[in-house]
Design a protein around this ligand. Structure first.
Ligand SMILES: O=C(O)CCC(=O)C(=O)O
Ligand SMILES: [Fe+2]
Length: 336
């Protein structure tokens, strides 16, 4: 189970000063709040979201995750399926180009499974539905800020089409006798559109644009952390930012505890081509005209983008450092 009393996040580590966005104000169309969201989405691509109304669903997911990932390894390994869904054991991913491995385990459940199966429990489905509602609202607001026709981004995230959208529970076990600056999940950008993340302990770090020092994202009770992924950076011709991040063991006294997180990833439908929506927005067309030729024309679908990224991070598929680079996303210009 998740410990009820955890040591406080330390005051003497570098933190990223993320915007705090109030979801209820956003929903009410508050212009100041929309401007803050736009600033966060274009500058760093990460923000806190308060008053999102998903606490109950998220807490149930933490309990479900603890129960499921608490099973013996041989039980969990029966559910490892291909490169992506269900269970991922610790050490299955490369943490960097050298072949060092990660130390987190995941439980992934596709939104298509969570919504489709009648016997799906009363924890996953409510969490997926609530997370979808929040992410769709945020994506809709960003759609309008980008000057896209109403529903242009929503059409690329249709409920009907199968996609890489999924719920994830992550456990990073406390590390014994290891210095607290150990990377537990390697530096990456998220593959899809928008991630709705819930943390209780520190350890998540972002590399803010133009900086060479990683900054912690301080967990704030009741506040989710939202971040944009590659698809939104590509659709917007680079106006929206998909920022590099990683997980470290929790800082200072928090390092003595297992670290749990719950995430919902919204990703485009598998058939959606990842390219800038220049013909639908003057703002995007202008951004693309300033970028190097073809920079955001990936020539692949969201399904292919996802498959490439996830299979190249699998350590079993590693041939050498090039495999790590072949799995990179929109952050590929950044040397870490
Ligand atoms: O656990 C976290 O804080 C972040 C997880 C993450 O970045 C991911 O699963 O993509
Ligand atoms: Fe991530």
């Amino acid at each position: 189970m998740v410990a009820l009393t955890l040591p406080a996040f330390p005051d003497d580590v570098p933190v990223a000063p993320l915007h705090v966005i109030d979801y209820t104000r956003l929903k009410a169309g508050d212009e100041h709040e929309i401007e803050s969201l736009w600033a966060a989405a274009t500058e760093i691509g990460f923000w806190y979201l308060k008053n999102h109304g998903a606490d109950e669903e998220v807490n149930a997911m933490f309990d479900l995750g603890a129960k499921t990932l608490g099973l013996p390894l041989e039980e969990k390994m029966k559910f490892e399926q291909g490169d992506w869904l269900s269970y991922k054991h610790a050490g299955a991913y490369a943490a960097d180009a050298t072949g060092a491995t990660d130390s987190v385990e995941f439980l992934n459940v596709s939104k298509d499974d969570a919504l489709a199966y009648p016997e799906m429990d009363d924890v996953l489905r409510p969490f997926v539905r609530k997370s979808m509602e929040v992410n769709e609202t945020l994506i809709g607001i960003l759609n309008d800020c980008l000057g896209l026709p109403r529903g242009a981004l929503a059409a690329r995230h249709s409920l009907e089409e199968h996609s890489g959208s999924e719920a994830r529970c992550i456990k990073a076990p406390r590390l014994q006798n290891v210095s607290s600056d150990r990377v537990t999940l390697g530096a990456h950008t998220d593959f899809g559109s928008l991630s709705f993340l819930h943390n209780r302990l520190g350890g998540l770090q972002v590399l803010p644009p133009g900086m060479d020092e990683w900054k912690y994202v301080r967990p704030i009770p009741g506040h989710a952390v939202c971040n944009l992924g590659d698809a939104m950076a590509i659709f917007s011709g680079g106006i929206l930012r998909s920022n590099l991040h990683r997980i470290m063991s929790p800082p200072k006294a928090q390092a003595a505890y297992d670290r749990w997180s719950i995430v919902y990833f919204t990703r485009p439908g598998n058939s959606i081509v990842l390219e800038p929506l220049s013909d639908q927005s003057a703002l995007i067309a202008e951004a693309v005209s300033k970028a190097s030729e073809g920079k955001y024309n990936t020539g692949v679908t969201a399904g292919e983008w996802f498959q490439r990224r996830v299979s190249n991070v699998r350590i079993k598929n590693r041939k050498g450092p090039e495999t790590w680079y072949q799995g990179r996303g929109t952050e590929h210009n950044i040397i870490v």
